[in-house]
Design a protein around this ligand. Structure first.
Ligand code: ADP
Ligand code: MG
Length: 328
């Protein structure tokens, strides 16, 4: 099987939303009238973002999920995506499973594969997603990192820490009971992009981003973009956001400090971090309920720039929760 048979067999489907899909030199797409396009790219590299023996179905899911999460963060509605794929060799079972994971998630969000590139090389997956955001009279309703104001509430969707817990277990740094490993691994390998919530937050949230690199680091980015600050009570955040209970930790030999790290600096959660004025509180909770995605308020925006952390006793604590950075 050559490159073109591979595309034909595993990736080409009839265009539905696109004006022109796979097969020509360019794909053609029409953005809805009165909207802006939202565009984002994420690359997944073997050994860096996933293990060599990862299941191809979950890899297909995750490669698209991390991209859709960026659309969710901006409040965009998914339209389509391109897939640039480097493969060491053609393995049909692998490709079929990869495509299944990819298209199952794509279909559930009405997001269509419109093109890409395929080459031989070390396994590498690069996806670019295209979405739309209403822009009446040219005024974009996209959610940005830069709109937080002093007094706004700070929210996080869902729960944090599972992806990191699973990663540590898979790296042999701790050992989890099988049921817990399976549940946390699912959060690591098959995150659910919060598309519905992101769209529901348009016009409500003052700023938003998705959590890919860890809460403390990512919140730092949002505060900086908005030129504001915040104080987080780390214990309260742990109580509110940790996906696991004290007895889960105890059973797994996870210390309190390790749990704190999983929640505050563990990445790969793909939840939404957002801010909104207190007047929007009931509308936010209603939106969360409609989207079946719980949200928790973890603090308020302050005018003094920077992020301050408090320990269980309410005393200032040093920030040991830097997020992951390539080349750091
Ligand atoms: P070109 O040489 O003009 O870049 P290619 O021969 O690489 O085009 O690709 C042929 C067609 O197949 C194009 O429409 C391209 O978008 C599509 N394509 C290539 N690889 C993929 C892929 N992995 N997934 C989806 N579409 C792909
Ligand atoms: Mg090409």
């Amino acid at each position: 099987m050559g490159e073109f048979d591979l595309i034909e067999r595993f990736f080409k489907r009839a265009a539905r939303r696109a004006v022109l899909g796979i097969g020509d030199d360019c794909a053609l797409m029409q953005a809805p009238a009165g909207s802006h396009m939202a565009i984002s790219t994420d690359m997944l590299v073997q050994g860096r973002h996933f293990f060599a023996d990862v299941e191809p179905r979950t890899l297909g899911h995750k490669a698209l999920a991390v991209n859709l999460s960026d659309l969710a963060a901006c409040g965009a509605e998914p339209m389509g995506f391109t897939l640039a794929l480097a493969l060491p060799h053609i393995e049909e079972r692998w490709l079929a499973a990869f495509a299944e994971g990819l298209f199952t998630l794509a279909d559930s969000h009405g997001c269509e594969l419109i093109g890409g590139d395929t080459t031989r090389g070390p396994l590498n997956i690069c996806i670019t997603v295209f979405g739309s955001v209403p822009a009446p009279a040219g005024q974009s309703q996209a959610l940005l990192r830069s709109g937080a104001h002093p007094g706004d509430d700070i929210y996080v969707s869902g729960q944090l820490g599972d992806a990191r817990l699973a990663l540590e277990a898979m790296q042999g740094k701790l050992s989890l009971p099988p049921a817990l490993l399976q549940a946390t691994r699912q959060r690591l390998e098959e995150p659910s992009p919060r598309i519905a919530l992101g769209m529901a937050l348009r016009g409500l949230a003052s700023a938003a981003m998705d959590l890919s690199d860890g809460l403390v680091g990512d919140l730092g980015h949002l505060l900086k973009a908005s030129q504001v600050g915040a104080t987080l009570n780390t214990e309260a955040v742990l109580e509110r956001l940790c996906a696991r209970t004290h007895s889960d930790w105890a059973g797994a030999g996870v210390s309190h400090t390790q749990a704190l790290h999983c929640v505050l600096s563990g990445g790969d959660d793909y939840e939404l971090l957002f801010t909104a004025p207190p007047t929007a509180r009931s509308a936010i909770l209603a939106a969360a309920q409609r989207c079946a995605t719980p949200v928790s308020c973890i603090g308020q925006i302050e005018s003094q720039p920077g992020l301050r952390l408090l320990d269980a006793a309410g005393a200032p604590m040093p920030n040991h929760f830097a997020s992951f950075e390539h080349f750091a």
